[in-house]
Design a protein around this ligand. Structure first.
Ligand code: MG
Length: 379
C-alpha cells in the first residue's frame, strides 16, 4: 500500500512498470494524444508554442537558479532548439507518431540534462503561500453553504484553481496573489458547462453530513501546485473523506511546469492540517494517502505508472482525473473499471477545439461504471 500522508518518505518504490490497474481494458489502452506531424498547421502550431514557451521557461529558470546558471540555461536552449529544428523542417526521424507527450519529453530532457529540474519552483512556492493564506476562508465558506449547493461550488473551485497553469500562454500571467479565490469561482462560466455530467455525479453524492459516499476509495490524479491543489482539489478530497471515502492523491514524481509533486503534496497537506483540524483528523485516521504516479510530464500515459500507485489503487472504486493534460490531452476516451470523473478548464484553443469548445470552457465528464446485469459471468 502507499503511505499515509503523514508518513510519506522519499525512499518509496517508484519503479515504472505497468498499466494502471483500474483501466477497463489495458490491452486496448492508448493515450489520446494528437499526431503533431499530421499536417503543416498542427506541426507549426505546436512547434511554435513549445519554442516560445521554452524561452519563458528559461527566463523563469534564470530567476530560480540565478546568473551562475547562465551557461546551463544557454546549453538547454541549444539542445531544445536542435530538437525542434528537424520537426519544424519536416526532417524528424524519431519515434512516430510524435504527440504532445513526445514534445514534453524533449523539453524536460533539455532542462534536466543541464540541471534545471524545477525552473518554476519560486512561482510554485509563491502560489502555494498565497493559496494557503486563502485556504481557511475557502473552507469556511464551503462549510457554511447549504448541503445541496456545496458540491457544485467545490467543482467550480476546481475549475477556478485550474487556471494556475504555467504551460499555457493564456494563463501564464495568472497569480493567486492578486485575486480573491471566491471571486475567481464566481467568474467561472455558468452551467451547463461544455461537457456537463454534474447532475449524474450529484445523483450519487450524499448530502447530509455523516452520510457515507458510495465510494470506498477514490484515486485523484492531481495537476498543479498553488490554488489548483490547495483551493481546488483539497476541498473536494476533504469533503469525500468527510463522507468516509478514503482518498489517494496521485501526483507526479518529478517537477514539470507547475505541477505539484508527490513530495510537495505531502508537505502541503501537513501545512493545511495545521489550520484545518478536520483535515488533520482525516489524515490521522488514515483516510489520506499520497502516492507518486512515477510520471514526470503534465500529461499522463496510463500504460506506464508506478507500482506504488497500483498498490494504492488496487481496491479503489472511483477515479478522478484533473487538468487538461491528464484528461482531454491524454485520456479523453479512457475507460475505467470504476466510476470516473474528468475535470478541467480548457486553456488552449487548439485543445479546446478538439472537443468543440473554446478557451475557458469547463469540462465535468462523469462516466459511471456500467454493470451489465444480464450478461452471464462466464461462457
Ligand atoms: Mg499542470
Amino acid at each position: 500500500m502507499g503511505r499515509a500522508a503523514n508518513e510519506y518518505s522519499k525512499d518509496r518504490c517508484t519503479k515504472l512498470m505497468s498499466h494502471f490497474c483500474l483501466l477497463a481494458d489495458p490491452a486496448a489502452y492508448s493515450v489520446s494524444d494528437v499526431d503533431v506531424l499530421i499536417n503543416d498547421q498542427q506541426r507549426d502550431y505546436w512547434v511554435k508554442l513549445f519554442a516560445d514557451h521554452f524561452e519563458q521557461t528559461l527566463e523563469s529558470a534564470l530567476i530560480a537558479y540565478g546568473k551562475t546558471h547562465t551557461r546551463p540555461i544557454d546549453a538547454a536552449r541549444r539542445q531544445f532548439t536542435a530538437s525542434l529544428a528537424p520537426i519544424r523542417d519536416g526532417a524528424y526521424d524519431g519515434e512516430k507518431p510524435l504527440g504532445i507527450i513526445g514534445l514534453c519529453k524533449l523539453r524536460e530532457q533539455a532542462l534536466r540534462d543541464h540541471g534545471l529540474h524545477d525552473p518554476f519552483r519560486h512561482i510554485k512556492r509563491r502560489e502555494n503561500e498565497s493559496a494557503i493564506a486563502q485556504y481557511h476562508q475557502v473552507i469556511r465558506h464551503l462549510t457554511a453553504m447549504p448541503d445541496e449547493l456545496r458540491w457544485e461550488r467545490i467543482i467550480r473551485g476546481i475549475f477556478a484553481g485550474n487556471i494556475f497553469d504555467l504551460g499555457s500562454p493564456a494563463t501564464m500571467g495568472y497569480t493567486t496573489d492578486s485575486v480573491d479565490f471566491d471571486e475567481s469561482i464566481d467568474r467561472i462560466k455558468p452551467r451547463p458547462w461544455l461537457v456537463d455530467g454534474f447532475d449524474a455525479f450529484m445523483d450519487m453524492l450524499p448530502l447530509a453530513a455523516g452520510d457515507p459516499a458510495p465510494w470506498a476509495k477514490v484515486v485523484i490524479f492531481v495537476d498543479n501546485a498553488g490554488a489548483d491543489f490547495i483551493l481546488g482539489i483539497m476541498p473536494l478530497a476533504r469533503q469525500l473523506a468527510g463522507h468516509a471515502t478514503r482518498v489517494v492523491l496521485a501526483a507526479n514524481e518529478h517537477p514539470s511546469l507547475n505541477d505539484v509533486t508527490a513530495d510537495e503534496a505531502v508537505d502541503l497537506i501537513q501545512q493545511l492540517g495545521e489550520v484545518d483540524p478536520d483535515l488533520a483528523g482525516y489524515v490521522e485516521a488514515g483516510l489520506f494517502e499520497v502516492v507518486s504516479t512515477g510520471n514526470d510530464i503534465p500529461l499522463i500515459d496510463l500504460s506506464d505508472v508506478s507500482d506504488e500507485l497500483n498498490a494504492a489503487a488496487d481496491d479503489a472504486d472511483f477515479v478522478i482525473l484533473e487538468g487538461m493534460g491528464r484528461t482531454v490531452e491524454s485520456n479523453w476516451n479512457t475507460l475505467f473499471d470504476t466510476d470516473a470523473l474528468q475535470l478541467c478548464l480548457l486553456k488552449d484553443p487548439d485543445i479546446a477545439a478538439r472537443i468543440n469548445g473554446e478557451l475557458f470552457d469547463c469540462v465535468c465528464k462523469f462516466d459511471p461504471v456500467e454493470f451489465d446485469e444480464d450478461e452471464p459471468e462466464a461462457e
